[in-house]
Write a protein that binds this ligand. Structure first.
Ligand code: PLP
Length: 242
């Protein structure tokens, strides 16, 4: 099968999974947005996906992400940064991303705001452009917490959400999480839903709940995810990232 047909078929399968999960959860059809995570795959795949009607793509590493976004600048796509961001890479990310899913510390929020302001000054972004930012939540139990994986402790989320909301050029769009490895994701996704509700109580516009990947999107949709981030189920296996 050629790559275009393979991607079209995989994308249709994932859309069917999302639709079935929406129905099973009693949620309206189309209430969950699909972000196709294209990290490690070439710009040509992004182009083929756009041709199949994909509207949102996710990337995670510089400089690959920025190069790919620029190579695909002619396509009507919304670009999501889904992985951890080093503070020194924040400006590079703010130059191409429409949504950053992984704000997990105040220093990074400040660096994104500075980088975004500069990209507007330099004309890379139109005047008035706003960068959507999600606060990434670490859902691991205290003893399992891995500081390398990213995510703010649940107790730190309100202050971080406030920091995003108060930043010029940034818009607090909601929360995001990756389920901890090796545990039933339902408990963590429920915990995320509670964190999301608390954030919305303070910031009613922060409606995004980004959760669920190839292996656990059904559980995430049941728990109220508004966005799922799916890579392998659409693009196939990735070479391991080291
Ligand atoms: C790579 C990645 C995904 C996609 O994961 P798959 O298992 O390939 O669906 C989703 N979210 C984040 C943060 C990622 O880094």
């Amino acid at each position: 099968m050629d790559r275009a047909a393979e991607l079209a078929e995989n994308l249709a399968d994932v859309r069917r999974r999302v639709a079935e999960a929406e129905a099973a959860a009693g949620r309206p059809a189309g209430s969950v947005h699909l972000v196709v995570v294209t990290k490690t795959f070439p710009a040509e795949d992004v182009r083929l996906l756009a041709g199949c009607g994909a509207t949102d793509v996710g990337e995670s590493r510089e400089p690959e992400a920025g190069l790919k976004a620029r190579a695909c600048a002619d396509l009507p796509l919304r670009w999501h940064q889904v992985g951890q961001v080093q503070t020194k890479k924040a400006a590079a990310v703010a130059a191409w991303a429409d949504v950053v899913h992984s704000a997990d510390r105040e220093r990074l929020v400040a660096a994104l705001a500075r980088g975004h302001a500069r990209s507007v000054e330099e004309g890379l972004r139109p005047e008035g452009h706003v960068l959507d930012v999600l606060v990434q939540v670490d859902l691991a139990d205290d003893e399992d917490r891995d500081p390398g994986r990213g995510g703010a402790a649940v107790g730190d989320v309100p202050a971080l959400a406030e920091a995003v909301a108060a930043s010029e050029g940034l818009r607090l769009a909601g929360v995001m999480a990756v389920a901890p490895a090796g545990v039933d994701p339902r408990g963590p996704f429920e915990r995320l839903a509670q964190v999301a509700a608390r954030v919305r109580a303070e910031h009613p516009g922060a409606a995004v709940v980004s959760a669920g990947m190839s292996g656990d999107l059904e559980e995430a949709v049941v728990a109220g995810a508004t966005h799922v981030r799916v890579g392998r189920a659409v693009l196939g296996a990735r070479p391991p990232i080291v």
